[in-house]
Write a protein that binds this ligand. Structure first.
Ligand code: ZN
Length: 151
């Protein structure tokens, strides 16, 4: 199977079976984001305990790229520290820059340096108008964490 087909399968799987797609009963951080160009809306809810995201819930409506990215993000950040999540976010956003040139390419042993399924979204770079679809859940996550830290 070509890498591109494998990537497509991974994206479709997350789109059809989104992980952590729920509203949280108990959360202490939340944010909403939208991408009017595509009509994507996302809400990210977090339960942050002792510097770690212990629960995450994603709701909203959007295209397959936004939904898949949000699902992968939720798996990647759950049970991770805020510091690790920052590393992951920087790597993901770097990878999604037009030519990937901003990818910091970190030491793979560093927590948060390995993107896993998220790598499948790099094909989206070929369609610059869709890049924001892929990064929307992440910028919304950053907003939620920022709001939490600012109390
Ligand atoms: Zn979209």
């Amino acid at each position: 199977m070509a890498l591109e087909d494998l990537y497509r399968e991974v994206i479709l799987d997350h789109y059809r079976n989104p992980r952590n797609r729920k509203a949280l009963e108990k959360c202490n951080a939340a944010a909403e984001g939208s991408n009017p160009l595509c009509g994507d809306d996302v809400r990210v809810e977090l339960l942050i305990e002792q510097g770690e995201v212990t629960e995450i819930g994603i709701t909203g409506h959007g295209c397959s790229i936004t939904q898949a990215s949000g699902s992968m993000m939720s798996e990647a950040v759950k049970a991770r520290t805020i510091e690790t999540i920052r590393t992951l976010t920087d790597r993901f956003k770097g990878m999604m820059s037009i030519d990937g040139a901003n990818d910091p390419g970190l030491d793979p042993n560093r927590p948060g340096a390995v993107l896993g399924d998220l790598e499948s979204l790099q094909g989206v770079r070929k369609f610059p108008v869709r890049i924001k679809c892929a990064t929307l859940p992440w910028t919304t996550l950053e907003e939620a964490i920022k709001g939490f830290e600012e109390g």
